[in-house]
Design a protein around this ligand. Structure first.
Ligand code: NDP
Length: 244
C-alpha cells in the first residue's frame, strides 16, 4: 500500500538511497534538504522517472518554524506523513577540550532536536490513522563512542533513548519507532576520511569494506514496511560486523 513518506536529508548519501527505495516501494516521498536544492531535485527526478511520486522540500530541520512549514507543505502536496525517516545529520568533530559550544549545539540540534520536532509534527496524524513508522538513523558511534565525536555520539545515543521512549508511548496506536545504526558507509560524510583511514575502517569490519547507502536503505525500508509491525524500540546495526 502506498503511504506518504518524509526523508529528512533525503538529497544525498544514505537519505537519497532511502528516498529512492521508498519511492520504488510505491510510497509518495518528500525529499528534504537544507542547502542543495539541486541535489534534492535530482532525487525527485530519479524517483519520478522510475514511475514513483516525489516532491522536494527545503527546510533546516534544526529550526522549529522551518519544520512546521515543511510539514505544512508535505501535508498539502502529498498528504499527512505516515513514514518519517529522521536521517539528516552532520558532524563537527574535535576532541572535547577543543570542542566549542557552537559545535556541540549545532550537532545536537541537527541530529537530535530535529527528531523530536519532526516526530512530534508527524505523530498527531499517525495516531489518528492508527498507523505510523518512525525510523531514525543513528550510528555505531552512539553505541560504542568514538574519540573526537563526543557531540555526534551523544546525539546518536540520544536518538536511541528518544526512540525507545516514544516506542513505549505510541506502540498501542500501530506506530513503531526504531533506529538503524550504520557503521562506515561510503558517502560525502566519509569522503573526507582519506585512503589510510578508509583502509583501516574497511579492515575493522568483518566483511572487509565500507557499506553502501543502499545497504542501509534496505534495513530502513524493512522497518518502514507493514511487515515490521511487531518490531519497535530496536536498534538495527548495519556495520558489516564492525562492532563484533
Ligand atoms: P551526507 O553528508 O552525505 O548527507 C547529509 C544529508 O543531510 C544531506 O541530504 C543534507 O542536505 C542533509 N542535511 C544536513 N543538514 C541538514 C539540516 N540542518 N536540515 C535538513 N537537512 C540537512 O550524510 P550521510 O548520508 O553520510 O549520512 C546520513 C545520516 O546517516 C546522518 O544522520 C549520519 O549521521 C548517519 N550516518 C552516516 C554514516 C556514514 O558512514 N556515512 C555512518 C553512521 C551514521 P543539504 O546538502 O541540503 O544540507
Amino acid at each position: 500500500m502506498g503511504r506518504v513518506a518524509l526523508v529528512t536529508g533525503g538529497s544525498r548519501g544514505i537519505g537519497r538511497a532511502v528516498a529512492e527505495r521508498l519511492g520504488a516501494a510505491g510510497h509518495a516521498v518528500a525529499v528534504n534538504y537544507s542547502r542543495r536544492a539541486d541535489a534534492a531535485d535530482e532525487v525527485v527526478r530519479s524517483i519520478r522517472s522510475a514511475g514513483g511520486s516525489a516532491i522536494p522540500v527545503g527546510a533546516d530541520v534544526s529550526e522549529v518554524e522551518a519544520v512546521a512549514a515543511m510539514f505544512e507543505t508535505v501535508g498539502s502536496e502529498l498528504g499527512q506523513v505516515e513514514i518519517l525517516i529522521n536521517n539528516a545529520g552532520i558532524t563537527r568533530d574535535g576532541l572535547l577540550l577543543r570542542m566549542g559550544e557552537e559545535d556541540w549545539d549545532r550537532v545536537l540540534a541537527v541530529n537530535l532536536k530535529s527528531a523530536y520536532m519532526c516526530s512530534k509534527a508527524a505523530l498527531r496524524s499517525m495516531i489518528r490513522g492508527r498507523w505510523g513508522r518512525i525510523v531514525s538513523i543513528g550510528s555505531v558511534s552512539g553505541l560504542s563512542g568514538n574519540p573526537g565525536q563526543a557531540n555526534y555520539a551523544a546525539s546518536k545515543a540520544g536518538l536511541i533513548g528518544f526512540s525507545k521512549s516514544l516506542a513505549k508511548e505510541v506502540g498501542s496506536r500501530g506506530i513503531t519507532v526504531n533506529v538503524v545504526a550504520p557503521g562506515f558507509i561510503a558517502t560525502e560524510m566519509t569522503e573526507g576520511l582519506g585512503e589510510v583511514a578508509v583502509n583501516a575502517a574497511s579492515e575493522s569490519t568483518s566483511v572487509g569494506r565500507l557499506g553502501t547507502p543502499g545497504e542501509v536503505a534496505s534495513a530502513v525500508e524493512y522497518l518502514a514496511a507493514d511487515d515490521a509491525s511487531y518490531i519497535t524500540g530496536q536498534v538495527l546495526v548495519v556495520d558489516g560486523g564492525l562492532a563484533l
